[in-house]
Design a protein around this ligand. Structure first.
Ligand SMILES: Nc1ncnc2c1ncn2[C@@H]1O[C@H](COP(=O)(O)OP(=O)(O)O)[C@@H](O)[C@H]1O
Ligand SMILES: [Mg+2]
Length: 220
């Protein structure tokens, strides 16, 4: 069963008198252990789609299923709870908190869980992404590639089923971008997560198990 599924999803934005149909009946699914890359030009609806998959916004029409459960009509609170436990996020500009160490940044999404082994898991994840010797470093003491590794470890702290990556290589040089893509490829198998990345970087195609293209709100 797919861990996330969009079924004929339409998203319209109303601004003043104008209506933009950003998604025009999109079907999409991702399974555990696969990396799906969504490629499309600027304005094609990638971010809108990622917001639907990440439960950050709800469709105008259509259905969103998480592990086969219809979550389309969930309340904002219910969606937040699902998001927290099922989805990890990786962003182009890392979104790390500058005052916190690598360990603290990784721990952050699990702070409200009454967990006793949070610190141990954060340290273990940092070791797994090759930062075992950078545990107490703050983001300004780390390279861009290292910051993105911290962000990947943070995305995994709550043992998600899905990792969503919005242009994960966008702020990295090509070689560093490759090491991050190698890392994600390794983790998708080790952690049995679905990775959905959205990009306009054609380099990501060769790392994908599946590539879907979106143009003007329509899957190609
Ligand atoms: N909040 C919004 N209000 C109005 N229009 C929006 C909004 N967000 C996105 N759009 C429009 O929807 C279309 C798709 O945008 P987006 O999903 O951001 O594309 P991409 O991420 O591929 O660049 C664009 O035409 C954009 O202008
Ligand atoms: Mg975008």
């Amino acid at each position: 069963m797919s861990v996330i599924e969009l079924d004929t999803v339409v998203k319209r934005y109303e601004s003043g008198t104008e209506t933009v149909e950003a998604l025009k009946g999109v079907d999409f699914h991702a399974d555990r252990g696969e990396m799906v890359t969504v490629i499309g030009p600027s304005g094609s609806g990638k971010s809108t789609m990622l917001n639907m998959i990440g439960l950050l916004d709800t469709p105008t029409q259509g259905t969103v299923r998480l592990d086969g459960r219809d979550v389309t009509d969930f309340t904002a609170d219910q969606l937040t709870e699902e998001r927290r436990s099922v989805i990890g996020f990786v962003f182009q500009d890392f979104h790390l908190l500058p005052m916190l160490t690598a360990i603290e940044n990784v721990e952050l999404p699990s702070m409200w869980e009454p967990s006793t082994d949070r610190r141990e898991r954060a340290i273990e994840l940092l070791h797994r992404v090759g930062l075992g010797d950078r545990l107490e470093h703050t983001p300004d003491q780390l390279s861009g590639g290292q910051c993105q590794r911290v962000a990947i470890a943070r995305a995994l702290i709550n043992e998600p089923d899905i990792v969503l990556a919005d242009e994960p290589t966008g702020n990295l040089d090509q070689e560093t971008g490759r090491t991050i893509l190698d890392e994600l490829t390794r983790l998708k198998e080790a952690e049995d997560v679905a990775i959905v990345s959205v990009t306009h970087d054609e380099q990501m195609v060769e790392y994908a198990d599946r590539v879907v293209r979106i143009v003007d709100g329509v899957m190609q």
